[in-house]
Design a protein around this ligand. Structure first.
Ligand code: AMP
Length: 563
């Protein structure tokens, strides 16, 4: 298995200088996306480029990095607008300006966004102070040109971003007018998700011998992906981890690879999933060969259920089968999408590919559908109510397994004595309710979930029977579990994630060894597997939770009695 010891080789090979590469490293980018690989070298060489790429493909960096490198450091005496980026909307203006700003870390270049709706006075002041790169919507740029507050005669590079959108929004005339104010010998790059005739006409008039760049998807052999169910959820970025948790709980995967764009995202998501009680491990280019081997071994053995990876790190992975592939973001090209989801649905088994997309990325999803000729069904993120239904369904399965397993005589006697006065069906229902409540210790009420974290499923409410482990019911039965008493509770600020975190980190046990968690004001009770109880208690001794020393011991109370 190959691991790239110098993961930024990819960017360096494109001719980007050290300062930019340092900025990319700090952002956690591991390697260029397709559009970056294709567009950066000609742009660095000063050529014009006609690029077909949608949002989410990494096109901003594809034009911003060469732009920054070619501009170099600004002249100390006089500043002039040397880079102009035109975009269709104010949101995009802000986003692109922010991206350019991030990539220009360590240089003195100044970037400003200029768009309608923002106070013109503020923009005038910024322009007066002198800027090197302007990111503007066409209407507002023309406004400033007419007022004499924007001068474009020093423009060396002009970027038209999302040109098809700009035309759709009726900016054709503004574009022409702005272009007229720029020097004829400038470099011009035009990016557009689609390249219809009118875009080609603009390119013909304003670009000089442009290098054409288009992300070509690979053709697939027929039937190759026949058994993969492809789903997408539209979620805001900040809700993605919580949405992912719900989707995982609904799906009950046996093994999952979650793909993220950067190694920073990989690390953050791995940590978040861990604190929610999943056994997730990170795989990215920053790991040593030894670490990487260990992570992969644990994933193959089933010791970790989720592998969170970047594309680079997952390349060439030889893993037989994963039940679920999750795209934490829409992949940068249909190709990348196919490569990722190709890891599931192998050998005639069923697989599921889940994509978490932001609303603005839905065009990219459609793009992928169009190229792969395969439907991606958009579904709603499961609600607490869905999860409850799912949990009852899993309980049904678990009960069936327990019935088949036998060894019920002791319980049968309890039921028999109750049956003198009650209906057997009612007794069974009460037993099921008791088991359910003992497991999560809390009522299911969606209203309990705070609004701004609407998708957050408190750890204690996670379904405890999972399809992934048919022995789940057995594993979670209290006979196999011992309760640990911890002398810190709600008033010390303790949350379930703190307990899971402390136990998994300090005692190095898998989160699956942990069962129900009850947090009272002055103490907490945590169910852990009998096998790991002593090592957990020993490991917790001498550690601190929320800054306070922990005392942990076996709980003396009778099991099942709530604090
Ligand atoms: P864009 O298509 O420019 O809107 O970029 C989509 C997202 O991909 C942004 O969040 C970028 O920060 C991210 N991105 C761009 N290039 C890379 C890369 N080479 N590696 C990882 N993430 C990237």
């Amino acid at each position: 298995m190959e691991i790239d010891a110098r993961p930024l080789d990819g960017f360096a090979a494109l001719g980007l200088d050290e300062r930019l590469i340092a900025a990319l490293t700090s952002l956690g980018y591991e390697e260029p996306t397709a559009i970056q690989r294709e567009a950066i070298p000609p742009l660095l060489a000063g050529k014009d480029v006609l690029g077909q790429a949608a949002t989410g493909t990494g096109k901003t960096a594809a034009f911003a990095l060469p732009l920054l490198q070619r501009l170099g450091e600004p002249a100390a005496t006089e500043r002039a607008v040397r880079g102009l980026i035109l975009v269709p909307t104010r949101e995009l203006a802000m986003q692109v300006a922010e991206a350019v700003h991030k990539y220009s870390r360590g240089s003195a270049l100044r970037v400003v966004p200029i768009y309608g709706g923002q106070s013109i006075v503020q923009q005038l002041r910024a322009l007066e102070r002198g800027v090197d790169v302007v990111v503007a919507t066409p209407g507002r740029a023309l406004d400033h040109l007419r007022r004499g507050s924007l001068h474009l005669d020093a423009v060396q590079t002009l970027i038209l971003d999302e040109a098809d959108e700009m035309l759709d929004m009726g900016f054709a005339e503004e574009l022409e007018a702005i272009l007229e104010h720029t020097p004829a010998e400038r470099q011009t790059a035009l990016f557009s998700a689609t390249v219809p005739k009118r875009i080609l006409e603009i390119a013909k008039r304003h670009l000089r011998a442009p290098v054409q760049v288009k992300i070509q998807p690979e053709k697939l052999a027929a039937g190759e992906r026949a058994r993969v169910r492809e789903i997408a959820y539209i979620v805001q970025r900040r809700n993605k981890p919580a949405a992912l948790a719900r989707v995982l709980d609904m799906e009950g995967p046996t093994s999952t690879i979650v793909f993220c764009r950067t190694r920073i995202e990989v690390d953050e998501l791995t940590e978040t999933l861990g604190s929610r009680g999943y056994s997730a491990e990170a795989l990215h280019g920053g790991l040593s060969q030894e670490q990487r081997d260990r992570v992969l071994r644990r994933f193959r053995d089933g010791a970790s259920e989720i592998l969170v990876a970047t594309d680079v790190a997952a390349r060439g992975l030889d893993i037989e089968h994963v039940s679920h592939v999750v795209n934490f973001d829409v992949p940068s090209s249909p190709d990348a999408y196919l490569h990722r989801i190709g890891r599931t649905g192998r050998a005639g088994r069923e697989g599921v590919a889940v994509t978490l997309a932001e609303a603005r990325e839905s065009r990219l999803l459609r793009n992928i559908e169009q190229f792969t000729k395969h439907k991606i069904t958009i579904e709603s993120v499961p609600t607490a109510h869905d999860l409850r239904a799912r949990r009852l369904e899993l309980m049904h399965t678990a009960l069936e397994e327990t019935l088949t397993g036998g060894n019920l005589d002791a319980y049968r006697r309890v039921i028999e004595s109750l049956a003198v006065d009650h209906d057997v069906l009612d007794i069974a229902a009460a037993a099921a309710k008791l088991a359910d409540e003992a497991r999560d210790g809390s009522a299911d009420d969606e209203a309990d979930i705070p609004k701004d974290v609407a998708f957050v499923q408190p750890l204690a409410e996670r379904p405890r029977f999972t399809k992934a482990h048919p022995d789940a019911a057995k594993r979670m039965a209290s006979a196999d579990m011992t309760r640990i008493f911890i002398d810190l509770g709600r008033s010390a600020g303790i949350r379930p994630a703190d307990l899971v975190g402390a136990i998994t980190n300090e005692a190095k046990v898998d989160a699956r060894q942990i069962g129900a968690i009850d947090i009272a004001d002055g103490f907490s009770l945590v169910e852990v597997s009998n096998a790991s109880v002593d090592s957990i208690i020993a490991a917790l001794r001498g550690t601190k939770l929320r800054g306070k020393p922990v005392t942990a011991r076996r709980d003396r109370k009778v099991k099942g009695v709530r604090p």
